[in-house]
Design a protein around this ligand. Structure first.
Ligand SMILES: *[C@@H]1O[C@H](CO)[C@@H](O)[C@H](O)[C@H]1NC(C)=O
Ligand SMILES: *[C@@H]1O[C@H](CO)[C@@H](O)[C@H](O)[C@H]1NC(C)=O
Ligand SMILES: *[C@@H]1O[C@H](CO)[C@@H](O)[C@H](O)[C@H]1NC(C)=O
Ligand SMILES: *[C@@H]1O[C@H](CO)[C@@H](O)[C@H](O)[C@H]1NC(C)=O
Ligand SMILES: *[C@@H]1O[C@H](CO)[C@@H](O)[C@H](O)[C@H]1NC(C)=O
Ligand SMILES: *[C@@H]1O[C@H](CO)[C@@H](O)[C@H](O)[C@H]1NC(C)=O
Ligand SMILES: [Zn+2]
Length: 398
């Protein structure tokens, strides 16, 4: 039998909208104040943005839309075949009409951050083409980054020529949202288009505008990047619960409602986002033999273990510890742990992870003897997460 493993995340991200980001456990007055000042909206969610962000070949898109509106929707529809980039090299350029403005410059910096997010964890490389750069690989295809009115992009590589990735005000200077668009460029589709999505989320069609329905078509199972990967609600490629027009309506709801807080995040690449790209581009093809990774780690681009978030070490056997007493591996049959310096306030932007390791076949239970956390109704900023779905997926929060 497999070992039962559990991660406990105790995270306090800096909340920009509050002056009380730390509090004394038990001090509920402070916690209430906390709530009043908190912006309950997900920090980077833009609920008005209509995430029709994949540019389909237009005749295909029209055909799909027609079929949906006429009720002739087939059960399985091809969205678009993934075309990956040879050798993982993506050539890009900024459009000739790129604005020479403060936002234009800021957006370039954010775009480079977003590229780095993918580049640091996979083997893909973004290479900027300038008038003096010689033409590099990729059969002359590339990405033309345009400043426009929508945040949308081609998905995968075009056979020939440069396809557009368009940025606009609501994503231009947000590295997380840009990393999402780049995910499409690399060949990754939205999670909610997976054929098995109805097991994990409920799409509230009645809350969606009709012309948004076409974005909820199930893609066929030939989306190789998703093959043999669990449904990932915490993916940067998952939409949030309030996408499409009516910001107070829930349009996508996780079957496990406690996962609402992790759905639609645009802050980091999930473990599986990274794995999809590493698999799609066979990033470890030059690794004859690496260490035997533990805890669901795998051999990544540098022939070393790529570990689930918060795990580290040569074989992913350790926990990321930002300072002592903040997280660790617990192996004893029972014990206690707490936030660092417990009974004192916990610090701003603290993230502590504990990995509780049982013997094969054992079960693990947690007994909270004292629990208080910043009063954040949606558990976006202050939360405790128990990874009940395993080490590679997000778990329920708060
Ligand atoms: C925590 O964050 C608040 C608000 O940003 C700030 O006023 C406070 O000084 C920070 N505390 C520490 C210990 O950094
Ligand atoms: C944008 O960056 C360019 C090149 O670094 C610089 O020449 C230009 O002045 C900047 N524009 C603004 C509005 O900051
Ligand atoms: C591989 O190693 C290089 C050089 O040390 C580093 O810059 C890169 O981020 C590493 N990539 C991964 C995925 O660890
Ligand atoms: C969506 O929200 C609006 C305004 O809050 C409400 O009037 C409407 O009934 C909601 N629609 C659905 C389908 O829930
Ligand atoms: C998936 O790909 C296989 C092989 O290319 C093909 O036979 C099959 O029809 C495809 N499935 C769908 C649903 O398109
Ligand atoms: C939880 O801990 C408390 C205090 O140590 C103890 O009284 C209680 O029996 C424990 N509950 C379980 C289910 O272990
Ligand atoms: Zn998207």
């Amino acid at each position: 039998m497999r070992k039962l493993l559990l991660i406990l995340d105790f995270l306090l991200c800096l909340s920009l909208s509050t002056s009380h980001t730390s509090f004394l456990p038990g001090d509920s007055k402070n916690a209430r104040q906390h709530r009043k000042e908190l912006n309950l909206k997900r920090p980077s969610e833009d609920s008005t943005a209509f995430e029709s962000d994949i540019i389909l070949a237009s005749e295909k898109a029209n055909k799909l839309a027609k079929e949906i509106l006429s009720g002739n929707r087939k059960r399985r529809q091809t969205v678009q075949a993934t075309k990956i980039w040879p050798n993982g090299i993506i050539v890009y350029k900024y459009d000739d009409n790129w604005p020479n403005s403060k936002l234009g410059n800021l957006s370039k910096r954010s775009m480079e951050k977003a590229m780095k997010m993918w580049q640091d964890k996979t083997c893909v490389i973004f290479i900027r083409q300038t008038p003096t750069t010689p033409r590099i690989g990729s059969y002359g295809s590339g990405v033309n980054i345009v400043f426009g009115h929508m945040c949308q992009t081609i998905a995968g590589r075009l056979e020939y020529g440069f396809g557009d990735l368009e940025v606009a005000g609501n994503c231009a200077d947000n590295p997380g949202k840009l990393a999402h668009l780049l995910g499409h460029v690399l060949g990754i589709f939205h999670q909610h288009n997976r054929p098995d999505r109805d097991k994990y989320i409920t799409v509230m069609f009645e809350a969606l505008k009709q012309d948004a329905w076409k974005f909820f078509i199930k893609a066929n199972e030939n989306h190789t990047e998703q093959l043999n990967k669990p449904y990932d609600i915490g993916s940067i490629m998952h939409l949030g619960g309030h996408v499409m027009f009516n910001k107070y309506n829930i349009t996508i709801q996780p079957k496990d409602k406690r996962l609402m807080a992790v759905m639609g995040q645009r802050t980091h690449l999930s473990f599986l986002d990274i794995k999809k790209v590493n698999d799609l581009y066979t990033c470890n093809r030059n690794c004859p033999r690496g260490p035997k990774c533990k805890n669901e780690g795998y051999i990544g681009p540098n022939c070393s273990c790529t570990c689930p978030l918060d795990l580290t070490g040569r074989k992913c056997q350790k926990v990321v510890q930002s300072f002592s007493e903040c997280g660790g591996v617990l192996k004893r049959s029972s014990g206690t742990f707490s936030s660092p310096g417990y009974s004192q306030k916990y610090q701003n932007s603290t993230r502590c992870t504990w990995l509780i390791q049982g013997t094969a076949g054992s079960s693990i239970s947690l007994n909270f003897t004292s629990f208080e956390i910043g009063d954040d109704a949606n558990c976006y900023n202050d939360f405790l997460e128990v990874k009940t779905y395993g080490l590679t997926l997000e778990g329920p929060r708060c």
